[in-house]
Write a protein that binds this ligand. Structure first.
Ligand code: NAP
Ligand code: GCO
Length: 269
């Protein structure tokens, strides 16, 4: 008989989690939730001073994390980081592809170089990171990959063509990893956050000169049945679920954590 679900099904004790770009923001909150449920945390950032800042934040939160300097777009560097983690901490059991960027530029004004850069960080890098950890997961008998998708995996809006193309692609990369490696007991799922209050969305929430709300801020409140922006911590529970054995038969799913945005037509006038 299959195991019934108990609190132990969510326990991540003994698991090694690599959360990319997790010095702060959503990555930090997800890593903190994984750590609170027993996982050992590894993360990376672009420079040593940023890694050091991240390490200090984890220490302040009572978490012993392992930080690495690595650009997720650099395949050689990612392979070297995963090898170093194996040597210093253990095989990566859980990968969270969190590192990401956005450029808000009207499409006909956007250079191809800018478009490519967004695709490189938000789509090519998750491929590079997943490719680097999957052989170790196969050898270990299984693993979990969580790709941080977006509302823009489903919806478009003005100025975010590259981001939407990348996050839409990431949704399909998620389904393809699930399809190709499910036979090795690897589950690859996505989390699609709604509008979350982090540095990435700070420009959309900045109060106006007269102290009133930014129009985009009001727009999001009206679009979200929950009536608020998400907090990075709102993503912790879904991440623990998708990282744990409680979700062992969930594969290729994008779990939208959006306060109901995708279910809603918007506030009536
Ligand atoms: P954020 O505040 O901008 O943080 C992004 C993180 O990614 C930073 O730590 C950044 O490092 C890191 N990063 C960027 N490029 C990198 C690279 N090439 N190599 C390594 N690290 C890199 O963003 P966030 O809001 O926490 O978002 C995290 C993820 O969730 C992103 O994939 C984003 O697209 C997605 N997301 C965000 C929202 C939202 O509303 N905030 C909603 C849906 C999805 P630095 O320290 O160098 O800046
Ligand atoms: C934007 C936003 C986003 C969100 C997020 C929504 O400019 O529309 O930054 O795209 O951050 O990804 O899920």
């Amino acid at each position: 008989m299959a195991n019934i679900c108990t609190p132990k099904s969510f326990d991540l004790t003994g698991k090694v989690a690599l959360v990319t770009g997790a010095s702060y923001g959503i990555g930090f909150a997800i890593a903190s939730a994984l750590a609170a449920n027993g996982a050992t945390i590894c993360f990376n950032d672009l420079r040593q001073d940023l890694v050091d800042k991240g390490l200090a934040a984890y220490e302040e939160a009572g978490i012993k994390a392992h930080g690495y300097v690595c650009n997720v777009c650099d395949e050689e560097a990612v392979q070297a980081m995963v090898a170093k983690i194996k040597e210093e901490v253990g095989t990566v059991d859980i990968l969270v592809n969190n590192a990401g960027i956005i450029k808000r530029i009207p499409m006909i004004e956007m250079s191809a170089a800018d478009f490519r850069q967004v695709i490189d960080v938000d789509l090519n890098a998750p491929f590079i990171c997943a490719k680097a950890v999957i052989p170790g997961m196969i050898e270990a008998g299984g693993g979990k990959i969580i790709n941080i998708c977006s509302m823009m995996s489903e919806l478009g809006r003005e100025t975010v063509s590259a981001y939407a193309a990348a996050k839409g692609g990431l949704k399909m990369l998620t389904k393809n990893i699930a399809s190709e490696y499910g036979q090795y007991n690897i589950q690859c799922n996505g989390i699609g956050p709604g509008y979350i209050a982090t540095p990435q969305t700070a420009p959309l929430r900045e109060p106006q000169a007269d102290g009133s709300r930014h129009p985009f801020d009001s727009f999001i409140l009206a679009k979200t049945p929950a009536g608020r922006w998400g907090e990075a911590e709102d993503l912790g529970g879904p991440a623990v679920f998708l990282a744990s054995s409680a979700s062992d038969f969930v594969n290729g799913l994008i779990l939208y954590v959006d306060g109901g945005i995708l279910a809603y037509i918007g506030k009536q006038p």
